[in-house]
Design a protein around this ligand. Structure first.
Ligand SMILES: [Zn+2]
Ligand SMILES: [Zn+2]
Length: 364
């Protein structure tokens, strides 16, 4: 398979446009037109990951954290050179994977057995658009189908969403125009009964939707317009809120986190609550979750995340379980493995115990 083909498939699950502004995602090393044989999936591109790729014959690495983040002035990093010399390409899916509908937080929630009820924050890099097109009566369904097939009309868990209302179109054909509905010989202007169709369209589907309208619409020059919408797109968001099948105490949940995430020492910050108190709604955010703490305080009884600093913990108004950056993001590797398996792409994930973080961090 070509690397570009795999990028196209990944785009359907974790579109690059969803990444936050400051991020660096996509094919960070390699040539899209090159064939690859096998993929190694890892959280980070580290020496262990590169050695594993060489060992299993993988010539493409898919990692969560960006291999290159700051602009480079020279390429002298031994790891980058080793990758290039061995013709190993690298794709990074970072904040676009964090906010994707099956991404980092869904993998974390699934591992903990949470029933997800919503997003914790609407934060994401992508925007969405309100798109309108007028279609002559009798041709509407064809355009609606084409827009749906191109990924337009998706709102949260719903697809093929549209609205239509009747309008009267009036036009005057200029020299050389070939109107689909010809003007009557005795009239300068033509009146047509049309329907105006409205859709919500993700940024990453906008080009495909515009092309689909162009080919399914009978007019020479369809009237199409779109503009960005200010409210967040409910399909994507950072962090999730959910509930366990039965209410459990803080202590029990901390134990569950430790077991399910294979995390040896999660930190439980009680925020003054009795550790035996039963907890209802739980917010989760894989990786560094300090930025979503204010949202969690307003909507959940507990936040499970990683990388909270001393002051963030001390000031948290709800209990927090900090299971670490690594352990809260590791579950997404299984999701990536499943996607590649569905696409018949040979792959392997770097096992938990082979990531440097679990090997070299000693508990003294
Ligand atoms: Zn992440
Ligand atoms: Zn991370």
């Amino acid at each position: 398979m070509l690397i570009s083909e795999l990028l196209g498939k990944l785009e359907t699950r974790a579109p690059l446009a969803l990444a936050l502004d400051w991020d660096n995602v996509g094919l960070l090393l390699g040539i899209p037109e090159r064939e690859f044989r096998k993929v190694l999936i890892t959280l980070d591109v580290t020496p262990n990951a590169v050695n594993k790729a060489l060992e299993i014959g993988a010539d493409l690495i898919i990692a969560h954290h960006p291999l290159i983040f700051k602009p480079l002035k020279r390429i002298s990093d031994p790891l980058l050179l080793k990758l290039a010399e061995n013709r190993i390409a690298v794709i990074c899916l970072h904040t676009n994977l964090d906010v994707a509908p099956e991404g980092v937080n869904h993998a974390l929630a699934a591992k903990l057995g949470l029933k997800v009820t919503g997003h914790l924050s609407g934060e994401q890099g992508g925007s969405w658009y309100h798109l309108s097109v007028t279609v002559p009566a009798g041709h509407t369904d064809k355009v609606v189908e084409a827009v749906g097939a191109a990924g337009g009309g998706r709102i949260g868990k719903y697809s093929n969403c549209s609205a239509r209302h009747p309008v009267t179109g009036i036009f005057e054909a200029g020299a050389g125009a070939k109107p689909f509905i010809p003007s009557a010989p005795d009239q300068r202007r033509t009146t047509v009964s049309e329907e105006e169709l409205e859709f919500m369209v993700d940024e990453n589907s906008l080009l495909a939707v515009r092309a689909a309208i162009q080919t399914s619409h009978p007019y020479e020059t369809p009237l199409v317009y779109w503009f960005p919408v200010a409210n967040p797109n409910p399909t994507y968001g950072l962090g999730l809120i959910g509930e366990l099948p039965a209410r459990r105490s803080l202590e029990e949940i901390a134990k569950l986190v430790s077991e399910r995430l294979c995390c040896p020492h999660p930190r439980l910050w009680t925020a003054g609550l009795d550790p035996a108190a039963k907890i209802g709604s739980i917010a989760v955010c894989g990786g560094a979750g300090a930025s979503v703490l204010p949202s969690a305080e307003g909507s959940a009884d507990l936040l499970i995340t990683g990388d909270l600093g001393y002051h963030a913990l001390l000031e948290a108004r709800i209990p927090v379980i900090d299971a670490g950056h690594f352990y809260t993001e590791y579950p997404v590797l299984e999701t990536l493995e499943k996607w590649l398996f569905d696409w018949n792409v040979p792959c392997a994930a770097l096992p938990l115990e082979e990531h440097e973080y679990t090997r070299q961090l000693l508990e003294l």
